[in-house]
Write a protein that binds this ligand. Sequence first.
Ligand code: GRF
Length: 190
Amino acid sequence: MKKLAVFASGNGGNLQSILEAARDKIIDAQVVLVVCDNPNAYCIKRAKNFNIECLVFNPQDFTSKKLLEDYILNKIEPLNLDYICLAGYMRILSKRFVHKYQDKIINIHPSLLPSFKGAHGIYDAFQYGVKIMGVTIHYVDEEIDHGKIIAQECFHVQDDDTLETVEEKIHDIEHPLYVKVLKMLCNKGE
Ligand code: GRF
């Protein structure tokens, strides 16, 4: 069974679907830790509901990115993680961190990369007026929203779509896609 940590900063909708998939044995993995950089985030409650340990911190309590990452690394290193799943984690990992977990960090991004990188992928794509929107899951490398693509899924934007409806469509795609990718990576023996 693979060991996962999920890093999240906000709502935790993707975290929820990963936790459910692990609980229901759809993926051959256990979430051993949730890492959250926002003490008020709803994802903490989701982790608690599943009795998953949560490392919560306030970034302002650290005087440098290095110290902040050391805090996380000290916690995760003994866990022998197979994968770190970024799921709405709003911090950029340093090169040092990425190198330590090369090919083990996965991110979900709400656009068809390499288009619309950054924190407002859905808004930016919708404002641009693209007719096909979608989601990307990729390995994390040193660049932002960059790295080998594992999976993408898309949909056609309809004339009556609004920012709210496309956001909903993106999230509806994201949750099963993350599970599908983790199934592919974790259930190798099937
Ligand atoms: C998702 O849209 C994900 O693609 C992006 O941040 C959002 C997180 O949503 N990276 P949630 O916290 O998983 O609900």
